[in-house]
Design a protein around this ligand. Structure first.
Ligand SMILES: [Zn+2]
Length: 419
């Protein structure tokens, strides 16, 4: 076996085992705390609601482990059972017949790969929506909505993704040794344009948005926006209930295209005061420049990623070590995307920790600008509505969770409200 094959398989096995072990820890922890509502939530949550959250977490966890195993089998099939090599050779022979260059061949290989991958992923995605989410009463999607979504998503992916992919492949093939700097510039520009265009042009393809109507909620929101010095393109309600009863609120876009979006499901379950507190938390993210910091980190990691890819592309062992006989720019790109998660998954806990730090900062802002008490009650209500577990395994939570565990987060907020 080649050295790189050994290194890659070792990383893959270790990352899979760690994730599996964490998932089992989470399962045991949630199961152990299933029989009683945690003390600090005893007056806010019924035993039935607590157990629904536990069962939902356990079911999703078990399904996650099945998906993890399937993902591993599929990856090994692509790499070491000759799947990718076959796909590459197939398009190489078509390219030879029609006189295609490497860019056309590359687009064909990557498109067909992503098409086959979506087909393989379809059953698990259907099972998740129509069996698991359905069973816990969250699913509002019909098969029709699902297929319309898929159709729109595919079309959008083709319209936006193919030109970008072709551009990157063209740079890889023609721009010389520094291609990766240009490619990084192209990808970064594309992402920035998407961030700007998302709220106004892309999100409306999938959901309906309407401005929040006049009333107590809008008054509270507007006065909060004024006192925290925030300009936006408006406050909108999104028909999230068309797909799922999970509630949420988010901020999107930048510059003048900033929008505040509430899922209709959230507005139904929270009072005006609670909504004010949730929004104040979101504004906290903005005030602390979390979006900007996230953007800088993501641009930096893509820069490093491209540099590594540029080096790997020149190494023959990178291709043969991952089961592909011919070297090419497009295959380097694809192999890089498939192989890197096995090595980068150790960065997940760092990113999660960073994100949790941001959540605390946003909470502190909300406590100052609105009310910590209202934020606590809206959080409890959201945990309840979303059947999120209040008793995650500490290690699992430290590794994956972008938000602090309920009890720790609420304890922090309580401190803020008394100080
Ligand atoms: Zn947040």
């Amino acid at each position: 076996m080649q050295t790189f094959t050994t290194v890659f398989l070792a990383a893959l096995i270790i990352s899979t085992l760690v994730q599996f072990w964490l998932s089992i820890r989470q399962m045991k922890h949630v199961y152990k705390h299933r029989s009683a509502v945690p003390k600090e939530f005893a007056d806010k949550l019924s035993l039935e609601e607590h157990q629904k959250a536990a069962d939902y977490t356990l079911t999703k966890g078990a399904f996650g482990r099945v998906e993890m195993f399937l993902g591993l089998v599929i990856l090994l099939f692509w790499l070491y059972a000759g799947g990718l090599n076959w796909l590459d050779n197939f398009w190489r022979s078509v390219a030879a017949d029609y006189g295609w260059n490497e860019i056309y061949t590359g687009v064909a290989v990557l498109l067909s790969f992503s098409f086959i991958s979506s087909l393989i992923g379809l059953p698990t995605s259907l099972y998740n929506t129509f069996v698991i989410e359905e069973k816990f009463g969250f699913n509002k999607m019909t098969l029709k909505t699902l297929f319309i979504d898929m159709f729109k998503g595919t079309l959008l992916g083709l319209v936006l993704g193919v030109p970008l992919l072709a551009l990157i492949l063209w740079l890889m093939n023609t721009a010389g040794d520094m291609w990766w700097v240009y490619a990084w510039g192209a990808l970064s520009t594309f992402s920035l344009v998407m961030m700007w265009a998302y709220p106004k042009f892309i999100a409306p393809i999938f959901n309906k948005f309407k401005p929040l109507e006049e009333g107590e909620t809008l008054d509270l929101i507007q006065s909060l926006l004024t006192r925290s010095g925030f300009n936006s393109d408006g406050v909108f309600i999104m028909d999230g209930s068309r797909r799922s009863s999970h509630g949420n609120a988010y901020f999107t876009g930048f510059g003048k295209n900033k929008r505040i979006v509430f899922f209709d499901t959230l507005l139904e379950s929270l009072s005006a005061k609670q909504i004010e507190a949730v929004l104040a938390h979101e504004l906290g993210h903005f005030k602390h420049k979390h979006v900007l910091k996230g953007l800088v980190v993501s641009l930096t990691t893509t820069f490093i990623g491209f540099a590594v890819l540029a080096w790997l592309m020149k190494q023959n062992w990178f291709f043969t070590g991952l089961g592909v006989e011919h070297s090419s720019t497009y295959m380097a790109l694809l192999l890089f995307m498939l192989a890197s998660p096995a090595f980068t998954f150790l960065l997940d806990p760092i990113m999660s920790w960073w994100s949790r730090k941001h959540e605390f900062e946003a909470d502190a802002f909300a406590a100052k600008q609105a009310s910590a008490k209202e934020l606590i009650s809206s959080l409890v209500s959201l945990y309840k509505e979303n059947a999120s577990t209040l008793t995650p395994d500490p290690l699992y939570s430290a590794f994956y969770d972008s938000h602090p565990p309920a009890s720790i987060r609420i304890a922090h907020l309580k401190q803020l409200s008394t100080s």
